[in-house]
Design a protein. Structure first.
Length: 615
């Protein structure tokens, strides 16, 4: 058989020029840097991210980013940080040279944004880079320019200026994959905005082609931070957002999560930070989706800005070259903490924070803005017994037969203001076309979707009954055998109690075999093998599973939908007021089981604008 010669590689060894093996040699420094650039520098936005994070690590209080032609022609990052000593300028452009790590122990508890010492040399290898800096206390500023790394005096009062010109000028294949200037600048702008969202203690300025795109002053308090959020994400986000802070088990989660009514067609308004580092993490995304599971319309995405803080030793940030991914050392704990916190925030009343000794998060509206607002809920917690009583009363509503209907008594005037203040949804005025309830509260007019609201009330009552009585189990007439991997079989043994709580009886038959003997009664007609495999897949990836509860909730939601008051059902004033009170007392009552809003409000200013009053 003829041997394939030149260009054939196998197992890491190359044969060239007949049977002679190729010699192993060290790569040139420039090529090494360009290989690193392929991992770190994807596009102009990647350059800006690395440079701005260096500025933040240097303690900068003001960062300005100047860009031309989407960042391809020019990127200049100017800061007022601590600066770099003259003798360290050349070292700063060398690979694996950094001031942020000293030992392996430091790598296991990284608190800075950068730490590898690869960004600057990698960027310099694919661009024309100059570095000017004046260290704190130094008499002069110094600048390094050119491939020869010549150092010369510079005119700079303090801080550091990094200038990157002609990105990828010497790697035309990489430059060919860049998009239009507009597209590249869009990615770059998003990076700067995301950094500005988390570092409210730093002022940011972004310029493109000599024009200021945005600027953000230092935000000294929460209101200032919310103004920055409004500038960067739009005022609608703040109008619909709930602010919360929660701490438990060494983890702290804070930030803003938008009410489900402010959902998005895509996940473009999801910002998550771990120890002030912006990340994209599958575990985080799964926990958030579960928290929104039965309050979000199908195909919609939640909006949030969340900050998770934990000990640096509990999270590994040295996972991906771009540092966008992290690995939690206690992933199951983090997942459950995120899910339970967000689930509770979405369920909590939206009044002033309730002072309590219980370890629960308190959620408050981020801002009160005039106009059409999202659902508001009562600030008074409701005991389970009271909820059941309200639910029972709701199910006992009976409309008189059509032939025997008599005109309702004339509506009474709403109660005095003091009493109205106790009820955020106010008091009923009338019913519109058998579909909507019109009510008056202190702010103005409230419109309620009668069926959607009652559907949520009924659904939450079903879930409370399930939680208090447990999930009833239904033995299978014919047990179902399932072939699995050894790891999956061990997971079932390790999580036997969790399966039992879910109403599933699963036993291990052999090394790689399981048998399903019982399912939850509400899911007795489900595909037992598929349900088990779905739960196991969640356990493998996330360490926990809500799959069975989600399926049970789907059944309960269907039951609630069919058992709720239907359209064209005529309600009296007392019945409508009872519905309003139940909405105020029910968790997640702002949306029905399918994610549609149950009510909305028009304040007096909005009504005045409709009729041009005051003009």
């Amino acid at each position: 058989m003829a041997r394939v010669r030149a260009g054939f590689f196998h197992g890491g060894r190359g044969w060239q020029n007949g049977d002679m093996p190729a010699r192993i040699h060290a790569l040139p420094a420039q090529l090494v840097n360009q290989i690193a650039a392929g991992e770190v520098v994807e596009r102009p936005a990647s350059v800006v991210k690395e440079l701005v994070e260096n500025s933040l690590d240097a303690g900068a209080r003001r960062v300005q980013v100047d860009v031309e032609q989407g960042g391809v022609k020019l990127i200049r990052v100017t800061d007022d940080g601590a600066g770099i000593e003259k003798d360290d300028l050349a070292l700063a452009l060398s690979r694996h040279a950094t001031s942020k790590l000293q030992s392996l122990e430091d790598l296991e508890r990284i608190a800075s944004m950068g730490f590898r010492g690869e960004a600057l040399p990698a960027i310099a290898s694919v661009s024309r880079l100059s570095l000017a800096s004046r260290a704190s206390g130094a008499e002069l500023a110094w600048e390094m320019v050119g491939d020869g790394q010549q150092v010369r005096p510079a005119a700079l009062s303090g801080g550091t200026v990094v200038t990157v010109r002609d990105l990828f000028y010497n790697t035309p294949a990489r430059r060919k994959f860049l998009r239009t200037d507009k597209t590249e600048f869009g990615h770059l702008e998003q990076v700067v905005k995301r950094l500005a969202l988390v570092r409210q203690d730093v002022a940011f300025v972004l310029m493109h082609n000599g024009r200021q795109v945005f600027s953000a002053n230092v935000a000294a308090d929460r209101s200032g931070h919310e103004r920055r959020l409004s500038d960067l994400l739009g005022p609608a986000f703040i109008e619909h957002a709930l602010h919360f802070e929660y701490e438990a088990a060494g983890l702290r989660l804070a930030g803003w999560v938008a009410r489900p009514a402010f959902s998005r067609s895509q996940g473009d308004m999801q910002h998550f930070y771990v120890n002030r580092r912006m990340v994209r993490d599958k575990l985080v995304g799964h926990a958030v989706r579960q928290a929104f599971q039965d309050v979000l319309y199908h195909g919609r995405h939640p909006a949030y800005v969340l900050f998770l803080d934990l000990a640096p030793a509990l999270v590994d940030v040295n996972v991906h070259p771009t540092k966008h991914e992290v690995r939690f050392r206690e992933s199951r704990l983090v997942h459950d903490f995120l899910y339970r916190t967000l689930h509770r925030v979405l369920a909590e009343p939206v009044g002033e924070p309730v002072k309590t000794d219980r370890p629960v998060p308190t959620a408050t509206p981020a801002a009160s803005a005039p106009g059409i607002t999202g659902p508001q809920q009562s600030s008074m917690p409701l005991r389970v017994a009271e909820r059941r009583e309200a639910y029972s009363a709701a199910l006992q509503w009976q409309a008189p037969p059509a032939a025997d209907r008599v005109p309702d008594p004339a509506p009474q005037s709403p109660p005095a203001t003091d009493e109205s203040d106790e009820h955020p949804l106010g008091f009923a005025l009338a019913q519109l076309h058998g579909v909507y309830v019109l009510a008056q509260n202190r702010q103005g007019l409230v419109l309620v979707d009668m069926h959607a609201a009652h559907e949520r009330i009924t659904y939450e009552s079903f879930k409370r009954a399930r939680d208090s009585e447990g999930i009833r189990r239904q033995p299978l007439l014919v047990p179902v055998s399932v072939a699995v991997s050894r790891r999956e079989a061990e997971l079932v043994e390790d999580n036997a109690a969790a399966f039992s709580e879910l109403g599933m009886e699963v036993d291990r038959l052999g090394d790689q075999s399981l048998v399903v003997r019982a399912l939850p009664a509400l899911l007795r007609h489900a595909d037992a093998e598929r349900l088990l495999r779905d739960v196991l897949a969640d356990l493998v990836v996330h360490g926990s599973s809500q799959r069975v509860l989600e399926h049970i909730n789907e059944v309960l939601a269907t039951m609630a939908c069919h058992g709720s008051v239907r359209a064209n059902r005529r309600l009296g004033i007392e019945e409508m007021n009872a519905l309003l009170r139940d909405i105020e007392r029910t968790e997640r009552s702002g949306q029905c089981n399918h994610g549609r809003p149950t009510w909305t409000q028009l304040d007096m200013q909005s009504l005045d604008r409709l009729f041009l009053r005051g003009r």
